[in-house]
Design a protein around this ligand. Sequence first.
Ligand code: MG
Length: 165
Amino acid sequence: MTNGKTQSGIGFDVHRLVSGRPLILGGVEIAYPRGLQGHSDADVLVHAVCDALLGAVGEGDMGDFFPDTDPKFKGISSLELLKRVLRKVAKRGFRPIHLDTVVIAEAPKLRPFKGAIRRRLARALSVAESQVNVKAKTTEGLGLFGRSQGIASYAVVTVQRKGMR
Ligand code: MG
């Protein structure tokens, strides 16, 4: 598989919604009375993207590189963590060529922010907007997401060996 032209990875993450934190999804701050709890800025979507990228190049997961016990990652922008992940991807000889994502949140309604998040993620990955997709789903009021206790994200990334078309 590692000799193939493209490889794919999947990522998943969940963070709890709490008062007194900004809500940041895909590097975009969203006006909402609550935000996600976490050691970094808790950008659950970017975390899923990071894990998908690491998976695509066989490099484990975010916890291997950015332990939440390390004070140097406290409050860090997840886009900064993504940059570091992308450097690992490049070192392995790959670059991202496609990203698809799902954000599961009952509230806030993410439709108005999907375009901005897509642009932000495309810029972060150095790909065109057409190579990134963002989907927002609710769970129809069911379960911990339906009760707005948290937000989850999935990401699937495809990377291509550099120098190949
Ligand atoms: Mg996380």
